[in-house]
Design a protein around this ligand. Structure first.
Ligand SMILES: Cc1cc2nc3c(=O)[nH]c(=O)nc-3n(C[C@H](O)[C@H](O)[C@H](O)COP(=O)(O)OP(=O)(O)OC[C@H]3O[C@@H](n4cnc5c(N)ncnc54)[C@H](O)[C@@H]3O)c2cc1C
Length: 416
């Protein structure tokens, strides 16, 4: 069924009797050519591009809970491609270009809003670093703009400019960055994949792998064995736990990351802002709530909820940047499990077990990567070669010492 304005009018006039379920609820088949583990944004996007772009059939997405229940529905919805390093920038710019055409491609309103992202500058050395990053972005075909404090004041008058320990001295803007309604991304990809024949199997946990003579033959699940030509793991925060079932120990730790939303306010923040003197970022949702977040909780965990010291820490950063925030009531907070790699960058690669593939290590930034991650993972599964924009995201970079440490701050998840 195609969605359109005319369809909405027709359904409104006929009692909304014609709408169909956006995707089927099939029983698992005994085997598939491709089994993708994890029905988050990345797993669903992988299935969609595998079917649509690469013409593959007999594909299943196996999800232990429900579509959108993981990080894809828990993140702070920010998209951008403002990276410095060669291994990263082309990949994230590819992703941003896919976001720009996504709604037409999926025939689904994901509320892609290119309202811009602004990284604030608080010192002269930081300005130098941001100028360098902006130049790297432009060289890779992205957009970047250096703004003065006065230009920022005109757009964001509510920020704490001078009466602060770290006054705002300027900013690096990417106007094409912005936000996307996160759970609509899961639903849009699920609907698109289903329309190309992908079976989306919810409430089905992968409990083990059947590996014979070094070849992965399929997955054991809570609903029985499912055979597979290729198995593609894509479970974000559960990566370590899942791959341990195949005997693999990953260079990834799982940590909690919290997010917060205030009560609805009149428009105060036109775009996304990030604080350069602490870890704090904020945007305003279409309903008016300030959506914000900051640091990881700082201890390894598989729990999807965080602790109070981080609430205090994030709110302190928020208050030092936007003092008026102190008058707003906090509406909700929640947590998601982050798959933190040791250099802050992802891994999309084959494993040493034939037929078993891995996608994970997304750290704070996997939502913006969703379309490109799905596309390049589908490319790897379909062709057994990495996509041009993902050649750096291999397991062996940790053995060879070719880290992609975007901030150059060391091999600790809390520093990325
Ligand atoms: C609070 C918070 C804020 C964030 N903000 C941003 C942001 O602003 N911008 C950005 O780019 N990124 C952000 N991220 C990161 C981003 O959300 C993640 O990196 C990304 O969503 C991970 O990929 P995914 O969508 O596939 O993960 P998920 O949605 O977590 O999908 C993984 C799925 O695998 C399933 N699964 C796990 N184990 C099994 C199993 N054994 N069998 C079957 N299924 C299994 C899970 O149930 C889950 O549905 C944020 C994350 C959090 C938690």
């Amino acid at each position: 069924m195609r969605y359109s304005g005319l369809r909405v009018i027709k359904e409104a006039l006929t009692g909304h009797k014609g709408w169909k379920a956006a995707w089927r609820d099939p029983e698992p088949q005994p085997s598939y050519d491709y089994v993708i583990i994890g029905g988050g944004g990345h797993g669903l996007a992988t299935a969609y591009y595998l079917a649509k772009q690469f013409g593959k059939k007999r594909i299943a997405v196996i999800e232990k809970g429900w579509i959108g229940g993981g990080n894809v529905g828990r993140n702070t919805t920010i998209i951008r491609s403002n990276y410095l390093l060669d291994g990263n920038e082309p990949f994230y710019e590819f992703s941003l270009k896919l976001w720009e055409g996504l709604e037409q491609d999926l025939n689904y309103n994901a509320m892609v809003s290119q309202r811009g992202i602004l990284n604030l500058i608080h010192s002269d050395p930081q300005r130098d670093a941001f100028v360098r990053r902006g130049n790297a972005m432009i060289l890779n075909g992205a957009d970047a703009e250096l703004l003065s404090a006065d230009q920022i004041r005109a757009e964001y008058p509510f920020l704490n400019f001078n009466d602060a320990r770290f006054p705002i001295k300027g900013g690096l803007a990417q106007r094409r960055g912005g936000t996307v309604r996160h759970d609509a991304v899961a639903w849009g990809y699920a609907r698109g994949a289903d329309s190309h024949g992908v079976d989306i199997i919810q409430n089905c946990e992968v409990t083990g792998f059947r590996i014979e003579d070094g070849v992965c033959k399929g997955v054991e699940t809570s609903r029985g064995f499912i055979g597979a030509g290729k198995v593609a793991a894509c479970v974000a925060g559960s990566s370590g736990r899942l791959m341990a079932k195949a005997g693999m120990r990953l260079p990834i730790e799982s940590h909690v990351l919290q997010a917060f939303v205030s009560e609805g306010l009149k428009p105060v923040l036109p775009g996304v802002i990030t604080y350069g003197a602490g870890h704090f970022y904020c945007s305003q949702s279409d309903k008016g709530g300030l959506v914000f977040g900051g640091d990881l909780d700082g201890y390894n965990s598989y729990a999807q909820r965080g602790n109070l010291p981080v609430v205090e820490d994030v709110c302190e950063s928020g208050m030092s940047l936007i003092p008026a925030m102190g008058r707003a009531r906090l509406l909700r907070m929640w947590g998601g499990i982050m798959d933190m790699s040791m250099d802050g960058s992802p891994i999309i690669d084959r494993t040493h077990i034939e037929g078993l593939y891995f996608n994970g290590g997304w750290c704070y930034g996997g939502f913006k990567a969703t379309p490109a991650s799905g596309f390049v993972y589908a490319h790897l599964l379909a062709t057994d070669t990495p996509h041009d924009t993902a050649t750096a995201y291999r397991f062996d970079r940790f053995r060879r010492g070719y880290m992609i440490d975007e901030k150059g701050m060391g091999a600790q998840p809390n520093l990325h």
